[in-house]
Design a protein around this ligand. Structure first.
Ligand SMILES: Nc1ncnc2c1ncn2[C@@H]1O[C@H](COP(=O)(O)OP(=O)(O)OP(=O)(O)O)[C@@H](O)[C@H]1O
Ligand SMILES: O=c1ccn([C@@H]2O[C@H](COP(=O)(O)O)[C@@H](O)[C@H]2O)c(=O)[nH]1
Length: 242
């Protein structure tokens, strides 16, 4: 069976890993994600993953409570390593070969991020999980996803998150918000649609990488999206002239 995509980058919401818990990781959520990723890998799609850290720690929150922002961001990046290792464990229990590469050296735990090595792993159909964000404070894992997608020549970024697409305002704040099916990068930026940070959108625009935003909590959505089914909101699907 031929697939729509050859190589994709899947950005998983850290917060969504909590499931119904108040904090941390719900093993059943991680197990469900791993099952869907395993299916897609089994179809021959090369999958790289960036996972957020919002279920454990966000730098901005730490800073607003009085911490030094850069220190708080390093803690946030370490949170993404915990999520990445948890996901690796779940995938390997399903016999899916997986490598975690970290942007902050922790060689006893994971490989360092080496672009060419990551690409080789992907060619060998190993799932590569990029941990510790970009390694730089003041960034997010959404921007990391855009950066890594450009570096590894991924065709598309799938942002699996807590909403089923991009709305004209935050649907968690405004129940009247209306969902878009498609948007240009420029529309997301000029309308200040904050489902992803502006740096991530700008990087995708510059490198012409489409972004598909969809709801992670619906069973089989990862599988459906990565297999090419049209769900959620697509940003930048059409080449822009502006
Ligand atoms: N216009 C919008 N359309 C859709 N969601 C929006 C919009 N504006 C803000 N949001 C919010 O963006 C959130 C998704 O982004 P957020 O960065 O919080 O999560 P994430 O990146 O998936 O998680 P994490 O940071 O834990 O990895 C949604 O839960 C929603 O409340
Ligand atoms: O490149 C990066 C990526 C992340 N951080 C910090 O980690 C947390 C968790 O990431 P989320 O994208 O919010 O899930 C983030 O709040 C930052 O504090 C970073 O500093 N640099």
């Amino acid at each position: 069976m031929s697939t729509v995509y050859r190589r994709v980058l899947l950005k998983l919401s850290g917060e969504a890993l909590m499931g119904d818990l108040a904090y941390g990781i719900d093993p059943s959520v991680v197990h469900g994600i791993a099952e869907e990723v395993a299916h897609v890998v089994g179809q021959g799609i090369e999958v790289a993953i960036v996972v957020g850290g919002g279920n454990i720690f966000r730098g901005v929150k730490g800073a607003s409570a009085g911490m030094d922002r850069a220190t708080a961001d390093y803690i946030g990046m370490i949170a993404t390593v915990m999520n990445s290792l948890t996901l690796q464990d779940a995938l390997e229990q399903m016999q899916i070969p997986t490598r975690v590469q970290t942007a902050i050296a922790m060689q006893e735990i994971a490989e360092p991020y080496i672009r060419r090595r990551a690409m080789r792993h992907l060619e060998k159909k190993r799932v590569v999980i990029f941990a510790a964000g970009s390694g730089n404070p003041f960034f997010t894992t959404d921007t990391t996803a855009a950066l890594r997608a450009a570096e590894i020549d991924a065709e598309v970024i799938f942002k699996a998150t807590k909403v089923d697409g991009i709305y004209d305002s935050d649907p968690h704040q405004n129940p009247q918000a209306r969902r878009y099916e498609t948007l240009t990068y420029s529309e997301v930026l000029t309308q200040d649609l904050r489902v992803m940070d502006g740096t991530a959108i700008a990087l995708c625009k510059e490198n012409n990488i489409p972004i598909i935003v969809f709801d992670l909590s619906v069973k089989n959505n990862i599988r459906r999206a990565l297999m090419g089914e049209k769900i959620g909101t697509i940003v930048g699907g059409l080449r822009e002239t502006v």
